[in-house]
Design a binder for this molecule. Structure first.
Ligand SMILES: *[C@@H]1O[C@H](CO)[C@@H](O)[C@H](O)[C@H]1NC(C)=O
Ligand SMILES: *[C@@H]1O[C@H](CO)[C@@H](O)[C@H](O)[C@H]1NC(C)=O
Ligand SMILES: *[C@@H]1O[C@H](CO)[C@@H](O)[C@H](O)[C@H]1NC(C)=O
Ligand SMILES: *[C@@H]1O[C@H](CO)[C@@H](O)[C@H](O)[C@H]1NC(C)=O
Ligand SMILES: *[C@@H]1O[C@H](CO)[C@@H](O)[C@H](O)[C@H]1NC(C)=O
Ligand SMILES: CC(=O)N[C@H]1CO[C@H](CO)[C@@H](O)[C@@H]1O
Length: 421
């Protein structure tokens, strides 16, 4: 019931701003979960299990120093299941051997020896895996249950007499909880180590400003098409500005199901331009032609507008400047330019100046110098990193234009060894 309410609770919260929204597709989630399998195996193989006990009338058994070996499984995948079509991690034909020592109590006597038991879980499912966040980083909701069906426990192998059925009982009574705990721990550990690889804070200028992509105020949201949507502010500490409020359209075309969709609001680009302006990097002196007198150019503010009219993405940037002419005359002027967005394999965005939008009311005596200067400043300084996973690169990138944001669809190629399995 709670989950039915969740979308209702989240929609009003969309009024909390964000400049970047990232959709992680079902395809990516399933690939990610499958890629965990070898690490999962390594984590559980040789792991130690807590003591297991069983007692019957006057005798009892305690299994200790138990370790896991011979772990095997066939399928290891993320599936949508349950009433709310949540993600589950399903493992089929999971078999393990556990071995250790037992202590048998009988009246006042204690006997001990070694034992070994082979177990098979026809199916083990962990879930629901509900996206959540902690300290501004993506995570899973803490309550994860296990569903095992059915469990086959072979006869224990041991040298002790009369103890086999007690060992069987001790295993039968405890193993589900213990294996569940191990599986959840492994999942948790794997996700934690992967989050460590996720970069969310990026230095922008050598000396100061950082772009922060932490998710502050809003939990991730599972869309009807089972993409997980993350809302990210994307802000530079200074200058302070309000992030945008927008609801991007989901891209659910089967033909272009990429791993991720980055919906980039024009305010994210404005953050970057404002920072360049604030740092005085646009400021310069030009020569007014034909008088050859000096004009001082000072950036006051910037704004950005995405033009969604054409198939290629055109972004208009406006720069308001204070221009001081030889006769000490000061003019505040707004000049507009067309730029195109580009990216590199590490998912950094750049913009390239295409043209100046002509305006005969402006002073056009140093247009060409200004254009060359701004081109240079933008290519040297406009580098907008997007949240990115270390040890991966992107491929198959598509840009899609919209009214006040644009979308970059891309796939991640991991350089890790274990994802190839
Ligand atoms: C296991 O995976 C294979 C191939 O990926 C698939 O054909 C089969 O249906 C899966 N079995 C289960 C029980 O999910
Ligand atoms: C995965 O596990 C869930 C939860 O137990 C179950 O409902 C679903 O049928 C399983 N999916 C597959 C393909 O086995
Ligand atoms: C960093 O800023 C300080 C003062 O703002 C300046 O003295 C220093 O040269 C700058 N360092 C770099 C590497 O830009
Ligand atoms: C422009 O010229 C003035 C006077 O020569 C100088 O003080 C100022 O630093 C120059 N500004 C830039 C951005 O180069
Ligand atoms: C990947 O595996 C190969 C051999 O299996 C190994 O030589 C290489 O160092 C591994 N690379 C990384 C990045 O772990
Ligand atoms: C296995 C591997 O390539 N690990 C690298 C992942 O990225 C971090 C940060 O860039 C490197 O330090 C690791 O060596």
């Amino acid at each position: 019931m709670l989950k039915l309410l969740l979308p209702l609770l989240i929609y009003p919260l969309l009024l909390v701003g964000q400049n970047l929204i990232i959709d992680v597709s079902q395809n990516a989630i399933q690939k990610y979960v499958s890629s965990m399998s070898s690490q999962f195996k390594n984590e559980i193989q040789n792991s130690k299990l807590p003591p297991m006990e069983a007692s019957r009338f006057i005798c009892g058994v305690v299994l200790k120093d138990t370790t896991v070996s011979n772990i095997k499984f066939s399928n290891f995948s993320a599936e949508l299941a349950g009433k709310f079509k949540d993600y589950y991690l399903n493992i089929t034909d999971l078999s393990i051997t556990i071995s250790g020592n037992y202590i048998r109590n009988f009246l006042f006597f204690k006997f001990h020896d070694s034992f070994s038991v082979k177990l098979k879980f026809k199916k083990a499912a962990l879930g629901a895996l509900v996206p959540s966040f902690a300290n501004g980083l993506p995570f899973l909701h803490g309550v994860i249950n296990c569903d095992f069906s059915p469990v086959i426990i072979d006869d224990p192998v041991t040298d002790g007499w009369f103890v086999t059925s007690l060992i069987y009982d001790a295993v039968e009574e405890n193993i589900r909880d213990i294996v569940c705990l191990k599986l959840v721990e492994s999942l948790d550990k794997k996700i934690r180590s992967d989050i460590y690889e996720l970069q969310v804070d990026f230095p922008l200028f050598s000396n100061s400003s950082e772009m922060s992509y932490r998710m502050f105020k809003k939990a991730p949201y599972m869309t009807p098409s089972k993409q997980i949507q993350y809302f990210i502010e994307g802000e530079i500490e200074l200058p302070v500005s309000e992030p945008a409020v927008f609801i991007p359209e989901e891209v659910i075309d089967e033909n272009i199901q990429r791993h991720v969709a980055y919906h980039i609001h024009e305010k994210l680009l404005a953050e970057m331009l404002d920072a360049i302006c604030e740092k005085g990097l646009f400021d310069s002196n030009f020569t007014s032609l034909p008088s050859m007198k000096s004009v001082s150019y000072l950036c006051l503010s910037t704004s950005v507008k995405i033009q969604s009219l054409s198939s290629t993405i055109t972004i208009i940037i406006h720069i308001t400047s204070l221009e001081t002419y030889p006769d000490k005359q000061e003019k505040t002027q707004l000049r507009s330019f067309m730029v195109t967005p580009l990216h590199n394999s590490e998912h950094e965005l750049f913009i390239r100046l295409k043209s100046q939008i002509a305006n005969r009311w402006l002073d056009n005596t140093f247009t060409e110098q200004l254009f060359n200067h701004l081109s240079q400043v933008l290519s040297d300084n406009f580098r907008l990193p997007l949240p990115f996973i270390h040890n991966s690169s992107i491929s198959d990138v598509i840009f899609l234009s919209n009214v006040d944001y644009f979308t970059i669809l891309s796939n991640f190629d991991f350089h890790h060894n274990d994802t190839q399995l």
